[in-house]
Design a protein around this ligand. Sequence first.
Ligand SMILES: NC(=O)C1=CN([C@@H]2O[C@H](COP(=O)(O)OP(=O)(O)OC[C@H]3O[C@@H](n4cnc5c(N)ncnc54)[C@H](OP(=O)(O)O)[C@@H]3O)[C@@H](O)[C@H]2O)C=CC1
Ligand SMILES: O=C(O)[C@@H]1CCC=N1
Length: 274
Amino acid sequence: MGIFDRIADKGILLLGCGKMGSAMLEGWLSKGLPPQAIHVRDPNPSDRLKALAGQGLHLNADLPAAPAICLVAVKPQMMGAALPDVAALGGGPTLVLSIAAGTPIARFEQVFGAATPIVRAMPNTPAAIGRGITALIGNDAAGPAHLDMAEAVLAAIGETVRLEHEDQIDAVTGLSGSGPAYVFHLIECLAAAGEAEGLAPALAMRLAKATVAGAGMLAMEADEGPAQLRANVTSPNGTTQAGLAVLMDAENGLPPLIRATVAAAAGRSRELKG
Ligand SMILES: NC(=O)C1=CN([C@@H]2O[C@H](COP(=O)(O)OP(=O)(O)OC[C@H]3O[C@@H](n4cnc5c(N)ncnc54)[C@H](OP(=O)(O)O)[C@@H]3O)[C@@H](O)[C@H]2O)C=CC1
Ligand SMILES: O=C(O)[C@@H]1CCC=N1
């Protein structure tokens, strides 16, 4: 029996179905997990959730006895209100899988008990189109089979990578968890700069989006690394060289700005531990 078959058999409980929860839910459905195997708890269910409830998804129903996974996808600030509802799943076979920023494994062990298998993960929003990347780490009670199961449900929304230490997750959050927002802002900045150079807003935005998407795909698919791909664009004494002289300035360019950006996000992740 495959991992998804086992999850379909025992069920999966999703606690919180907002931006990330719904992206994961769609990923599981696209992998063939039947709505009947999915339990969702969310105080304000979307129309999509209500429609899925009509197809057998269990919406705000009684707690299932021993689902394969309880996936925690509420905001860190809502943990105190949300976890008591599902604490009864602790100490059994259910794997608790959290994607919450800043909330340490120890916090879940307090609620569910240290004997409960717990995996902490950090995905990102390209998950909504199956192009996310999620880093994960388990507690001592999470064995190889639990990590495989966590990886299987997370692989439905993109790539996965295993961490060696829980502390790494703050840097991961600052880089790939929050990272899509930095890239979206880059698109905004490129479009605004194109407008300032005289382009119409719609054309500038179209060029900016296609440039970031195309460069991202090329970076993923090319044999060369990003530095060589950058060099390939840069003709001696040409336009790119003139632009990069500003962007790559060691004091005022992108390197110190990105360093400070990721440090601020990682620092906030550390602060959220409380
Ligand atoms: N967004 C992102 O890029 C990423 C987010 N994360 C993490 O994922 C988690 C979810 O984030 P995101 O999806 O963006 O947040 P959302 O606010 O979009 O989703 C959270 C959902 O949980 C619901 N909720 C609130 N209280 C409860 C409760 N007691 N029981 C069940 N559900 C509840 C909310 O309902 P309502 O809105 O009505 O309050 C909402 O639908 C967070 O912990 C975040 O740190 C991780 C990686 C990336
Ligand atoms: O901003 C946040 O706190 C969440 C975690 C990573 C991305 N969004």
